[in-house]
Design a binder for this molecule. Structure first.
Ligand code: MN
Ligand code: MN
Length: 356
């Protein structure tokens, strides 16, 4: 198989611009810079222990999470790959409290980049898939340094979004607003080739993903949904369900884009000050746009995630996404009155795992 007959990422971007008269292709160079960063991160991740980059640092990021060496390396790679092109007015990274200003002397451009340089980094030490996530917005004040509030735009305003997954193969999954395309990296040639031209998520699924160790904190509608899935063929769903949990948002999103499914990291009752776990600007919005562009649905559990007006750069939110029918069902459960049995904590007598 000679990849010369395949479409490269660059060719895809040019073809998209030609196919859609409204598309300017102005951010194509920026996407190629992001792809370049992902290639470099892929290389380092693939070296594993041989690269001397596994393990944790002493430092914490702005969100109080212990940083892995790879978090910091991936962040640095993203910044170096994207700051010089003249397309950006500023960047937001999971690893930085405030927006990252471009170096003095660099041209300020029309776009904003928000990214999670290494998603699922707790998985690096155990050789499980990790990824990078990115979101591109228009800068409200093109040509000037971006302020924090410039990034607080609803996800519907993203002009492009995507992720790279560093798994058995490295892939880039991308939307520029006209569906979702997947590219597989050929590490010898150093190119991303179009291998999944039009990803579509089936509306129905019998597979769900949730961190069940948080079950005691779930709100009643989530408890009801999971309870009904677990009840299987003899329960109200009249079907057996499978469960998956990888603890890497990118890997979960990728599986769902490939074969359907539903993912929940819902708002829960653990800490009222922290409604949800995943970050709106550089996790939920870009993944949400990909999911919706592939015909799925992305929600807070209550409303479409892409329509939320962000309030802070590192805002966390409940996130439920995947096959449309299941996400709509979960939203419906949040609207319906709570039945008593779903308001009982899971480990009480009539709870989820201890049926009487
Ligand atoms: Mn992440
Ligand atoms: Mn991360």
């Amino acid at each position: 198989m000679f990849n010369i007959e395949r479409t490269t990422l660059t060719e895809y971007l040019i073809a998209q611009r030609r196919a859609h008269p409204g598309a300017t292709g102005e951010f194509n160079a920026l996407i190629l810079q992001v792809a370049q960063a992902c290639k470099a991160i892929s290389r380092i991740v693939a070296q594993g222990a041989l690269g001397g980059t596994l393990g944790a640092l002493e430092t914490q990021n702005v969100q109080g999470e212990t940083q892995k060496k790879l978090d910091v390396i991936a962040d640095d790679i993203f910044l170096r790959a994207t700051h010089w092109g003249g397309d950006l007015a500023g960047m937001v990274s999971e690893e930085h409290d405030a927006p990252i200003a471009l170096p003095r002397g660099e041209v300020r451009g029309k776009y904003l980049l928000a990214f999670d340089p290494l998603d699922g980094s707790s998985n690096t030490d155990v050789n499980v898939s990790v990824g990078s996530i990115f979101s591109i917005l228009r800068a409200p004040r093109a040509g000037r340094d971006a302020r924090a509030e410039d990034f607080l735009q609803p996800g519907t305003r993203q002009v492009a979004a995507g992720y790279a997954i560093y798994g058995p193969s490295t892939m880039l999954v991308l939307t520029v607003g006209y569906g979702v395309a997947g590219f597989t990296f050929d590490p010898i040639i150093g190119e991303f080739y179009l291998t999944h031209p039009e990803l579509r998520i089936p509306a129905q699924t019998r597979e769900f993903a949730i961190n069940a160790s948080n079950a005691r904190f779930w709100e009643p509608p989530v408890r009801r949904y999971v309870d009904e899935c677990l009840a299987g063929r003899s329960g109200p769903r009249e079907a057996d369900f499978n469960m998956r949990w990888i603890a890497s948002l990118v890997a979960e999103a990728h599986r769902i884009l490939m074969r359907g499914g539903v993912f929940l990291y819902p708002r829960d009752q653990r800490d009222p000050a922290r409604p949800g776990r995943l970050r709106l600007l550089y996790e939920c919005n870009p993944i949400g746009l990909l999911i919706e562009q592939a015909g799925g649905r992305a929600s807070t559990g209550r409303e479409p995630v892409l329509e939320l007006a962000p309030e802070a750069l590192h805002q966390r939110i409940g996130f439920v996404f995947g096959s449309r029918d299941e996400v709509e069902r979960i939203e419906r459960y949040h609207r319906e009155p709570i039945r008593e049995e779903h308001d009982i904590p899971l480990f009480h007598a009539r709870g989820l795992f201890l049926h009487d």
